[in-house]
Design a protein around this ligand. Structure first.
Ligand SMILES: Nc1ncnc2c1ncn2[C@@H]1O[C@H](COP(=O)(O)OP(=O)(O)OP(=O)(O)O)[C@@H](O)[C@H]1O
Ligand SMILES: [Mg+2]
Length: 446
């Protein structure tokens, strides 16, 4: 009897062509069978169930894609997209920023949250994958049910099955009691499978089985237990590459990635860095019970131009470190030693001379002279500096009255406030200063 692989979508992307081929195999098996034994019938039934499951997933995915592309939000400017999410009572769980790619991800999360479709979140380390999993949980119907996080890379191979599915007393040495696994604990809630790329192949097979049957068996028990857990998985690996290398199952990848969200690295959403600096500076000040730290121009330039291999986590940690170590004003000396820029005097050549000459005039050293920048970064830093200078001048002229400045510039007042926050400027610092030079140190917002 010719049978297709009962694993379901094994070895092929889920597509109508692949499904039709499997249905044809099933049909011809039935057409040419002269008699069927009970075990053959059961095999065929399992295949029919697997096919039904795949069709359901495909149709969910299509409906989801249609819903996303039909959404009017994509046409809106970033600020309005965030406002629109807020207006729809979206729970951000502390996710900050309005970079268009982050908003894309949040809008996908918003659409995916109320469904039970599996979501795969990928992105470099520290880009907010776990935060995104919490956002999906918090915005769905399971928000008041358990959210269980499992780090697939941290479980020793011999404990994997017991961790995920639990065990029966006496199942192995050390199993002194019956124990629930993570899947059972996540029943009716969400299970977050972190570092899914680290799951060994044997664990992948077992996980696949649970995804297909929605049932588990505790180690050492024959009893099957129904589990209803919404799956969100995350990885900082390129799973397609792992599939090519044979260390990740393609069928599991398709099962997990019905909705696929990729979080961009911070260096690709540099427009968010000023706001994130202000946000984490406030957060750190509150946690450390101190006034928000002020940043020297040199430190601020460094923070704006640095490429953050550890992404948002690195920036957040850096702001906590700076806030902890610095007095009123933080400088590059408060950065971790391994990333601290060399003192300008240690640099040779034309740049060092320019740096010294600019400093000699008491002016702010442009970041592109402090550290080598790409053309794009240099442009962004320059435009950011121009924006800041313009805001400072404007505030001086109106003696720090934001409403007046908004009127003069014919600008929305809240947008102007947002720009001031982005640059860490305080209108009160400009009161009684009309005509005088504004202070140079940047104040984190309070
Ligand atoms: N958009 C954001 N706004 C505010 N905080 C964020 C944002 N993204 C991430 N963070 C914070 O950055 C830190 C790292 O985020 P998270 O743990 O979700 O990253 P991750 O992608 O899961 O990292 P890893 O791959 O190393 O596990 C957390 O403290 C999180 O709260
Ligand atoms: Mg994580």
């Amino acid at each position: 009897m010719k049978l297709f692989n009962p694993g379901g979508v094994q070895g092929s992307a889920m597509s109508y062509a692949a499904l039709l081929e499997k249905i044809e195999i099933l049909r011809s098996t039935l057409r040419w069978a002269t008699s069927l034994q009970r075990n053959d019938i059961e095999k065929l039934l399992r295949q029919a169930n697997a096919l039904r499951d795949e069709v359901m997933q495909l149709s969910h995915r299509e409906r989801f894609v249609q819903a996303v592309s039909a959404g009017p939000a994509l046409a809106l400017p970033a600020g309005e997209r965030r406002q629109a999410l807020l207006a729809r009572s979206f729970v951000f769980e502390g996710t900050f920023g309005d970079n268009p790619r982050l908003l894309d991800a949040l809008e996908i999360a918003e659409k995916a949250a109320p469904t039970d479709l599996p979501v795969l979140v990928d992105g470099e380390s520290g880009t907010g994958k776990e935060l995104m999993a919490k956002v999906i949980h918090a915005n769905g119907a399971r928000a008041d049910k358990p959210y269980i996080s499992v780090n697939c890379g941290a479980i020793p191979d011999n404990l994997l099955e017991s961790e995920l599915f639990g065990h029966k007393k006496g199942a192995f040495t050390g199993a002194v009691n019956d124990r629930k696994g993570k899947f059972e604990s996540a029943h009716r809630g969400t299970i977050f499978l972190d570092e899914i790329g680290e799951l060994p192949l044997i664990g992948q097979v077992k996980l696949l089985r649970v995804l297909q049957s929605h049932e588990i068996q505790r180690v050492g028990s024959d009893e099957t237990i129904a589990v209803d857990a919404r799956i969100v998985a995350a990885t900082n690996k390129n799973l397609r590459r792992l599939i090519e290398q044979g260390t990740f199952r393609e069928d599991l990848f398709y099962r997990l990635s019905v909705i696929h969200v990729t979080l961009p690295p911070l260096r690709e959403r540099q427009d968010e860095i000023p706001m994130l600096i202000a946000y984490f500076s406030d957060e750190a000040a509150e946690a450390l019970k101190r006034r928000p730290v002020k940043l020297s121009p040199r430190l601020r330039d460094f923070l704006l131009a640095y490429d953050y291999p550890g992404n948002i986590r690195e920036l957040r940690n850096m702001m906590y470190r700076i806030s902890c170590l610095a007095g009123d004003i933080a400088d590059v000396g408060h950065l971790p030693e391994d990333i601290r820029p060399a003192p300008a005097g240690a640099r040779g050549g034309a740049d060092a001379a320019k740096v010294e000459s600019v400093r000699g005039q008491g002016a702010q050293v442009p970041a592109h002279l402090e550290a080598p920048l790409s053309l794009g970064e240099a442009k962004r830093v320059a435009s950011d500096q121009a924006e800041r200078v313009c805001l400072e001048r404007g505030l001086q002229e109106v003696g720090g009255t934001v409403a007046e400045l908004a009127r003069r510039w014919d600008m929305n007042r809240s947008h102007l406030q947002l720009l001031l926050k982005k640059h860490g400027l305080h209108s009160k610092d400009f009161r009684h200063q009309a005509g005088a030079g504004a202070g140079r140190a940047v104040t984190a917002p309070d």
